[in-house]
Ligand binder design. Structure first.
Ligand code: NDP
Length: 246
């Protein structure tokens, strides 16, 4: 199940699921470009760990909501590595609030980060994959994009958009040897859940047949598998990984 010596770019890999995915690819012998909006102690720590596993790896920092910053950041990556083989569009945020209380700003920032961010990065890195005749693009969608969730109209809409993006792009780029898939996790134990009230978290966990949140590494295993030669016939899929929660 190896994806050895590919160049992998994981957006939002300073912590959480992105960090686990970046480490997962580095452990398999790939060169990994980590990313976050800015250098922080946690992003530097991830890069240190990745470099121990894969010394040619590096980091790049830019705000994915700013198309000019994305273009400059991706140009740096391309000048250092030529092209990216495996792109994981992972960076994402929540702004959970009931729709009746949701501001235009709450809506916009989630769309700009989760949907436009993935659009801007993919736009920059896809041409290199097409030119090389091989590629893997993986989006981090969510169970919320598949079934909706209370207090998450903005987030659910953004994650459903990524599923449509995945399915359409998969059809367009299959002829270039590129697969495109979306991972749809349920609850994963990361900082993104930090503002969820404890009582609501307990209620949600009771509804999960496996009775717990996922660990980021469990999501990372699926990302590494989707990029492997064994997953070469999987494209246009939105794959649930949710402990049986539906
Ligand atoms: P975290 O909050 O732990 O990490 C989010 C990452 O995204 C950070 O590295 C952050 O970097 C980066 N990021 C956020 N905004 C920007 C921006 N404007 N520019 C650049 N980078 C940015 O989240 P998770 O690990 O939990 O989530 C990862 C993905 O998985 C998200 O897309 C999320 O929606 C999805 N997901 C998560 C679930 C969960 O339960 N945890 C469930 C389903 C899906 P920085 O250091 O700059 O802040």
């Amino acid at each position: 199940m190896k994806t050895k010596e590919k160049i992998v770019f994981v957006t939002g890999s300073s912590r959480g699921i992105g960090r686990a995915i970046a480490l997962g690819f580095a452990r398999e012998g790939n060169i990994v470009v980590t990313h976050a909006s800015h250098p922080s102690p946690e992003s530097k720590d991830v890069l240190r760990q990745i470099k121990r596993l894969s010394p040619k790896s590096n980091a790049v920092y830019f705000d994915i909501t700013d198309p000019n910053a994305v273009a400059r950041g991706c140009a740096k990556v391309i000048s250092q590595f030529g092209h990216i083989d495996i792109l994981v569009n992972n960076a994402g945020i929540v702004r959970n609030v009931l729709f009746t209380k949701m501001s235009g700003e709450d809506w916009d920032i989630v769309m700009k980060t989760n949907v436009y961010g993935a659009f801007f990065v993919t736009k920059q890195l896809l041409p290199g994959m097409i030119a090389s005749g091989w590629g893997r693009i993986i989006f981090l969608s969510s169970i919320s994009g598949q079934r909706g969730d209370f207090g998450q109209t903005n987030y659910s809409a953004s994650k459903a958009a990524l599923i449509g993006f995945t399915k359409s792009l998969a059809k367009e780029v299959a002829r270039f040897g590129i697969t495109v898939n979306a991972i749809c996790p349920g609850l994963v134990d990361t900082e993104i859940l930090k503002d969820v009230p404890t009582s609501y978290m307990e209620t949600m966990i009771k509804q999960i047949p496996l009775g717990r949140k996922a660990q980021p590494e469990e999501i990372a295993s699926l990302a590494v598998y989707l990029a492997s030669p064994q997953a070469g016939y999987i494209t246009g899929a939105a794959i649930p990984i949710n402990g049986g929660w539906m």
